[in-house]
Design a protein around this ligand. Structure first.
Ligand code: PHE
Length: 353
């Protein structure tokens, strides 16, 4: 069986995939050695074939196996070599490259997402250029409603006489979510909103976060517990006291404005305790008309919603006093108030790490 051993030797010795392919062609190709042996079976007597047949087939099998084994080996080696050249040492220091930091608004949004994820809320999104129906009408704010004027809306030219707006709040995400998902629903929707307003506590663009729960048998009790749990986790204190004040929003009934108690610490007002009250949230039970506008039966489904300013939450937690500084892009401010990209908020490590 000399043929076999030289063939097998050549296979094992093939230094690369191209030479291996050459050996394969010379053995199993159209005019290969083994192909020739297989063809010779046709000219044999049946006695000869009974002896040679199994021998030749066995030879072909051994060669085929050896080719496959060597191919695996060579491909493995090729991959190893490639990985070795493509290695990147991520632990190398970046040198004098300017160091970025996470903006307080992004940090607070991450903290909120972390806290609400723990309570079973997913993050939902909607467009910043919104149509009038999602921003107002479906939220029980008809065209003649004074709330439209209250919002200092930026209008854009729309198509087919349908005005478009820069969304004035994140509440249209309630509508989009109820229309695209089946209840039970538990979402938060953080994002940019726009109102034509500007002073130390108002900027034309700011950030809100919306919360929405739709399920069966939901009450104001669920709303209050959720807000209390969230505010305790966010401000990282247990002495958070809430006060729900009756209020009015067209899309909730009943509606409540939520105040949280503050106290003086080292000459500064901080959240916690009860020396005074500060308004932090708008909330209420989702109005049956809003639920119906989304195609759900309000007799079957109820829920609560809340909304608040992310920038304001950041100011209260991290002690900043001018909202406009958030959007000035002043590097000194960003270095002072920014967060390390590596300190990702977690509940176990502290959200405001
Ligand atoms: N969208 C309201 C606002 O911008 C806040 C809010 C949201 C109130 C959800 C109640 C329920 O003022």
């Amino acid at each position: 069986m000399d043929d076999a051993s030289t063939l097998l030797d050549r296979i094992i010795a093939a230094p690369d995939l191209a030479s291996l392919e050459a050996v394969r062609v010379s053995a199993l190709g159209k005019s290969g050695e083994i192909t020739a042996l297989l063809k010779s079976l046709g000219g044999m007597t049946s006695d000869q074939r009974a002896v040679e047949g199994p021998r030749i087939h066995a030879l072909r099998e051994r060669v085929t196996d050896a080719l496959a084994a060597r191919k695996d080996e060579l491909e493995g080696a090729q991959l190893e070599a490639r990985l070795a050249t493509e290695r990147l040492d991520l632990s190398l220091p970046a040198g004098d490259v300017p160091q970025g930091s996470v903006h307080p608004v992004s940090q607070v949004m991450d903290e909120l997402a972390e806290i609400f994820a723990d309570l079973g809320f997913a993050v939902a999104e909607g467009p910043e250029i919104e149509d009038d129906w999602h921003n107002f009408t479906a939220l029980n704010i008809p065209e003649t409603h004074p709330a439209r004027a209250m919002h200092d809306t930026f209008y854009l030219a729309g198509e087919h006489d349908r005005p478009m707006v820069l969304r004035t709040h994140t509440s249209p995400v309630q509508i989009r979510t109820m229309m695209s998902q089946k209840p039970p629903i538990r979402i938060i929707a953080p994002g940019r909103v726009y109102r034509s307003d500007s002073d130390a506590t108002h900027t034309p663009m700011f950030h809100q976060i919306e919360g929405l729960v739709i399920d069966k048998g939901i009450t104001m009790g669920h709303l209050k517990w959720t807000l209390e749990t969230f505010l305790k986790a966010f401000f990282e204190r247990d002495d958070i006291v809430l006060r729900l004040r009756p209020s009015y929003f067209p899309f909730t009934e009943p509606s409540a404005e939520v105040d949280v108690g503050w106290s003086m610490e080292k000459g500064r007002r901080v959240i916690g305790g009860s020396d005074g009250w500060m308004e932090v949230l708008g909330s209420g039970m989702v109005h049956p008309r809003v639920i119906a506008a989304c195609g759900l039966d309000p007799d079957e489904w109820q829920g609560f919603a809340f909304g608040t300013g992310v920038d304001r939450l950041a100011m209260l937690k991290y002690g900043m006093d001018d909202l406009r500084a958030f959007f000035d892009g002043d590097l000194r401010w960003l270095r002072h108030y920014g967060f390390s990209a590596l300190d990702v908020p977690t509940l176990s490590g502290g959200v405001g790490a």
